[in-house]
Each structure stands twice: as structure tokens, then as C-alpha cells.
Design a protein around this ligand. Structure first.
Ligand code: JFZ
Length: 464
């Protein structure tokens, strides 16, 4: 048995019979000490959740991809300050126009909840340096620099708690606005350099803001980003990680605090341990399962994170539902993004898709929440998730008569359609190493129909 190999911050226990609970897993780089069972308890809600909402919102929603009559190249609406090379004093003017009078945090949370999501991660500060929360460390924030004049995070956090979702925040280490950092040439801000004598000041600025977040809206996940700067060192990450875990022991921190992440694939390099609790693949779902590793794929619904008026390349509800399933079948979480308008509304195209995903989740959520990775290497017709004693077969391509489950060794107690309220048993027969399940003619759901296979109280499916 392989113990869960954490993506980071933990000792990798390769041994067989180590008593995990008694083993202090102090990483080589001395991130806060935690036993495996303490870590499991801290990660429990997040592993159970499997599906969350990402929100990229800030001043960039105003230009919405267009600067001085020209659309910047596709992608990053939220990168426009860099892409259109906008000087700080000019970009700052956007704050005077930022007045999201239609912002309705209760409606946002209702929508996320209806989609079947269990948490929300929102940009507290993106690369442009503008903060959505009231900060004493800078006036460059929604409460102090805009006609709206109010903190935007606190009401969302309150609504999340009220409606039973976890509230979490994104925070960029790179900051194109802070005077300690400066553009690396006259064409781009990214990646910034830092005035060496001001690095300590910037780090303490970050700590002040992160403490403000923890004391205020109190996020359950701190989702860092913009860590690829040459001046951001692993020791800086370890120090910050430790301080944050001391301030809030239960907090979960992504691997973009540290310096181990490998590009879009998002998992840490294996050469050593890096700070952070989970891997962050971006715009992609790993090819194969990563069982026992904590990771979360973040993805846009169109091609951009921040709101753009010209980006209409929306993924279908079918694609999004299958992405949720695909991610869960590989043992990860799916963090799906929306980019609200400058008025504070989630674009209608996103609302429709979230509602569509929600309709599927309302019937089939049991096959997603709290599940772990598929025991099968490959299934021609779809995906599989599991819980102790149960396999959930997600059928994308509904077969003519029989569903063949390859190489399933367990005795099957019962198989039924998750969409069937009566759980009427389906006829199961063994065909050598395989199992055949007799299906009704028509798929209950053209997107994905779930067949539940009960494999006995203690058993978990063993597959060749
Ligand atoms: C980053 C941000 O730059 C982007 O705006 C968005 O917030 C996203 C969730 O995260 O995007 C990245 C970061 C790193 C790489 C690519 C996109 N990378 O290293 O390849």
C-alpha cells in the first residue's frame, strides 16, 4: 500500500506498515509539524468537496479585454495592465469608475450552491495590485478608492457561512502596483523585479494583508499565485506558510506559495519538498489519476479568467459536467471560474452553465462528493469514482445492451442506476475476468449516467 503522497509540505511515506498517526511528518524544510492524521483532518472538508467556484474580479473587468479601441490578444482579461502595457497612474484611474451596484453576494452564493459547488475562491488581490477588501496597508482597494466605497469580500464570506459554503481567497505575490516591485523592462511588468532593499517591506505588506483577510472574511483556503518571480525564494514561501498556519492552523494553502510548481501541469517537482498543501493544474486535467495526492484543476468556462466582452468561446454544460467527473475520477477537485462584470453580475452565459451543471449534480452528486480516484486505468465508455464498498460508473457513451466493466474481481452485491429512486437492481453477470451489467435501452442522462455498483461492506474493488 502506498500512503497518500502529498504534493508538498509533507514527508512522503513510502514504507509499508508505518503507523502514520504516530509519525510526526516534519518536512525537510520544516514546514509546521503535523501528523498524517492531523493533515487528513485538516484536508477532510476540501477532499470531500470536489467542486468549487473560482471568481476573478477586479478593475480589469472595466476594460474587459479592450484598451484604447483595441482588443488585447485572447486570454487574460485580468492581464490587460501588462498586455496593453498600461502605466500605473493610468490604470489606477479605473478605480474611480468601479461601482458594482448590482453586486449581490447572496445571489452569487445561491448560484454556486445550485451548481453543486462547496466552496468559493475569490481574488482578494490579483497581479494588478487592486484589492477587493478594505485594507489598512493600501488605499488601492474597493472600500477606499472606488465610488462603491465598500469592502466586497466580507459580505460574500458572510453569505458563504450562512449558506454553508467555504469561503476562500486568491492572493497574488506578484504586484504590479506596489512600489517595492518594478516592471522588468519597458514592455512588460511580468515578471516583476524587486528593489532588494524593499523586499522585507513588501513581505511584511503581504503579511499585514493576509492577516487582515484571516481576521476579517477569514478564508479557509489561501490560494496563492504569481510565485514565479525570480526574487521569490522557497525560504520566503516556507516562512510565510509557517506564519499563516500559526495564525490559522486549519487553513489550507495551495502550492503556488512555494517554488516547486511545474508550469500548467501544476504539480510540484519531485526533487524535494516544497511549501503548500495541494497541486494546481491550470486549464487542464491530468492524463492519468493521481490517487492519494491532493490537487485541484482550475479552469475557465470560456478562454479568460477576468471578464471580457469579446470572449464567447464557452464550454458546453456536457463538457463541464464531464470535466467534474473526469477530475473526481482522477482524485482531484475541480475549480471552475467565472469573471463577473464591472457592475457585479455573473455573465448570463456562465449562469446558464452553472445551472446546467447543477441539474446533473442534484441527481448525481453522491457519485462526486467524498469520492476517491478510479481503480481502473482506462474505461472506453466513461469514468469511475469510488467510495468504500461502492463504485460509481459514469457512462458517457451508453452501450447497446451491456456495460462491460473490465477486470473487476469483487463479487457484486447489487448494481442500480443512481437516477432511479427505487434503486431497481440491474442484472449482473460475470464474463471471465469482466463483469457485464444489463442496461435499459435509454440512458437516463445523455451527459453522463451513473451506475452504482455495490461491492460489499468492506470490500473495495480490486482491478487488474
Ligand atoms: C495565473 C494567473 O496569471 C492568471 O491570471 C489566473 O489568475 C490563473 C488562475 O493563474 O495564470 C498562470 C500562472 C502560471 C502559469 C500560467 C498561467 N504558468 O506558469 O505556466
Amino acid at each position: 500500500m502506498h500512503r497518500p503522497l502529498s504534493s508538498s509540505g509533507q514527508i512522503v511515506v513510502l514504507g509499508t506498515v508505518l503507523l502514520a498517526a504516530a509519525l510526526p511528518t516534519i518536512a525537510a524544510d520544516a514546514t509546521v509539524s503535523e501528523t498524517q492524521s492531523e493533515r487528513d483532518a485538516r484536508m477532510a472538508w476540501w477532499r470531500e468537496a470536489r467542486f468549487g467556484l473560482f471568481v476573478h474580479w477586479g478593475l480589469y473587468a472595466i476594460p474587459a479585454g479592450e484598451w484604447k479601441g483595441k482588443f488585447v490578444p485572447p486570454g487574460g482579461g485580468e492581464w490587460i495592465m501588462n498586455t496593453a502595457n498600461i502605466p500605473i497612474p493610468e490604470y489606477e484611474q479605473l478605480a474611480k469608475q468601479f461601482n458594482p451596484v448590482k453586486y449581490d453576494p447572496a445571489a452569487w452564493v445561491r448560484l454556486a450552491k445550485a451548481a453543486g459547488m462547496k466552496y468559493i475562491v475569490i481574488t482578494s488581490k490579483h497581479h494588478d495590485g487592486f484589492c477587493l477588501f478594505d485594507s489598512k496597508a493600501t488605499d488601492y482597494n474597493a472600500a477606499r478608492a472606488t465610488p462603491y466605497g465598500k469592502d466586497l469580500l466580507r459580505p460574500l464570506a458572510d453569505e458563504c457561512r450562512k449558506q454553508g459554503l467555504k469561503f476562500c481567497t486568491y492572493y497574488s505575490i506578484m504586484d504590479w502596483h506596489h512600489p517595492a516591485q518594478y516592471r522588468h523592462n519597458d514592455k512588460a511588468y511580468n515578471p516583476t523585479n524587486i528593489h532588494p532593499e524593499r523586499k522585507a517591506e513588501y513581505i511584511s505588506f503581504m503579511e499585514t494583508q493576509l492577516k487582515e483577510l484571516l481576521d476579517g472574511p477569514n478564508p479557509e483556503v489561501l490560494w496563492f499565485d504569481g510565485e514565479w518571480l525570480p526574487w521569490w525564494k522557497e525560504q520566503d514561501a516556507v516562512d510565510l506558510y509557517n506564519k499563516l498556519r500559526k495564525l490559522k492552523p486549519s487553513v489550507i494553502i495551495n502550492n503556488r506559495i512555494g517554488t516547486g510548481r511545474q508550469g500548467m501541469q501544476g504539480m510540484d517537482k519531485k526533487d524535494r519538498k516544497y511549501a503548500g498543501d495541494f497541486g494546481t493544474p491550470e486549464q487542464e486535467i491530468p492524463e492519468t489519476g493521481l490517487p492519494g495526492v491532493d490537487w485541484e484543476s482550475c479552469m475557465t468556462m470560456n478562454d479568460t479568467w477576468g471578464f471580457r466582452t469579446d470572449d464567447k468561446n464557452w464550454k458546453s454544460v456536457e463538457k463541464l459536467v464531464r470535466n467534474v467527473i473526469d477530475t473526481a475520477s482522477k482524485g482531484g477537485n475541480y475549480l471552475l471560474n467565472v469573471g463577473p462584470t464591472p457592475e457585479g453580475e455573473i455573465p448570463q452565459a456562465s449562469v446558464e452553465r452553472l445551472e446546467g451543471v447543477g441539474r446533473w449534480m442534484a441527481v448525481n452528486g453522491e457519485s462526486i462528493y467524498g469520492t476517491t480516484a478510479s481503480p481502473f486505468r482506462k474505461l472506453t465508455w466513461g469514468r469511475c469514482t469510488r467510495k468504500p464498498g461502492k463504485l460509481y460508473l459514469h457512462v458517457f457513451d451508453w452501450p447497446k445492451k451491456e456495460l462491460i466493466v473490465p477486470g473487476l474481481k469483487d463479487t457484486i452485491e447489487k448494481a442500480y442506476l443512481l437516477a432511479d429512486p427505487h434503486k431497481k437492481p440491474l442484472t449482473v453477470s460475470r464474463k471471465g475476468d469482466d463483469v457485464a451489467i444489463l442496461l435499459p435501452e435509454k440512458a437516463p442522462d445523455p451527459i453522463a449516467s451513473v451506475v452504482v455498483v455495490q461491492v460489499g461492506p468492506a470490500a473495495s474493488a480490486s482491478v487488474r
